[in-house]
Design a protein around this ligand. Sequence first.
Ligand SMILES: Cc1cc2nc3c(=O)[nH]c(=O)nc-3n(C[C@H](O)[C@H](O)[C@H](O)COP(=O)(O)OP(=O)(O)OC[C@H]3O[C@@H](n4cnc5c(N)ncnc54)[C@H](O)[C@@H]3O)c2cc1C
Length: 391
Amino acid sequence: MNKSIVIAGGGIGGLAAALRCAAPEVAVHVVERAKAFSEVGAGIQIGPNVTRILKAWGLGTAVQSVAAFPDFLRVRQAHSGAQIGQLRLGATAVARYGAPYATVHRADLHEVLLQAVQGQARAHLILNQDVTGFAQHTDGVLVQLSNGEPMMAKALVGADGLWSQVRAQLLGDGAPHFTGHLAYRALLLQSELPAALRTQDVTVWWGPRLHVVQYPVRRGELLNLVAIVHGPAPSDTAPWDHAANAADLARALGDVCSDLKALVEAAPAWRLWALCDRVPMRGADQQAQGAVALLGDAAHPMRPYMAQGAGMAIEDADALGRCLALPGDDVPAKLAHFAQLRWQRNARVQRKAIRNGQIFHAQGLLRWGRDTSMRLLGEGLIDVPWLYGGP
Ligand SMILES: Cc1cc2nc3c(=O)[nH]c(=O)nc-3n(C[C@H](O)[C@H](O)[C@H](O)COP(=O)(O)OP(=O)(O)OC[C@H]3O[C@@H](n4cnc5c(N)ncnc54)[C@H](O)[C@@H]3O)c2cc1C
């Protein structure tokens, strides 16, 4: 029987899946459309649920050498500057969840995964090729590539992101939709910032119809800044990245407090994302059918308000590897098991991300209730034990 697996997409999810699925008896082929592996210049937060998995994969030291490990997540009001809550991270997260809360440059995490994949004898990387389609047969999947050469595999994993072609064929459920939210991202060199703006903590600034998140990446040398505002979609929302204009952002943020204003003004360049998502998953058949599985943003694109999109892709990859390693040759049954393990948790994170957007951007009475509960209940409202303690 053909024992190879084709993975469409070599982003964080695709590489994680390659690492977890390659085995002495299983060859993995990662087909990536880009000419070279690369990741956008921006940060991501990875909770203890994710760092625990990376450590179990033997990547703890590699992650440690590139990430930052904040001691606090602070919540402040964007306009008054007042702190309304905080969550202890650092040693507290390790004591609670057995793994740290980390913040990392996407390119650094991608590179850690890439090096690990390149160290696997049975993992093969194919660049500058698109997976354009597939046909399921009784003994596997015939995968079509843009060079016209088909590949026969026992399974196809669609890790091809938000605009997944594998999903389009498998589910045929249309394009993702624009959320009405825009994300501006910037990276600032901490050594070039005034001392008062440098920080090794995560801060989330909440304001009406907006929020801003800042955290250190690359061992704390850089500060990642993400500002989310409401606004109309740019003329084309499909590409990942747009040139953005600091003046538009300043207008959208309005009269924020001087600390936040100074930080935003210190950003050397902003890049704009139109945030898209899908309705939260409704069943296991949206994660796998037959010998084809979806993983990461291809399966469950989400708003970034739980900071878990890449995290869920890594959790997916871990579960996928475990399921495919089960004894026997019934790949569709293994993928069905994988889908059962994953879809409800992915749907829950998608739902909670939508809800968080409403809470972060609250106005009027909802905002008053939010701030009052935060003051009364403290970090119990910010911590997410079901998420960080999982999967
Ligand atoms: C503003 C913002 C902030 C975020 N913050 C966080 C955070 O703090 N924490 C977190 O965990 N997540 C965060 N995320 C989410 C995270 O970035 C994504 O969930 C994650 O990158 C998804 O990874 P992926 O591998 O599934 O998809 P992608 O990273 O999109 O990778 C897909 C890959 O597939 C390739 N490809 C596409 N089509 C084809 C094809 N047909 N054939 C071959 N290759 C193909 C693409 O070139 C790409 O390399 C954030 C997202 C945004 C927008």
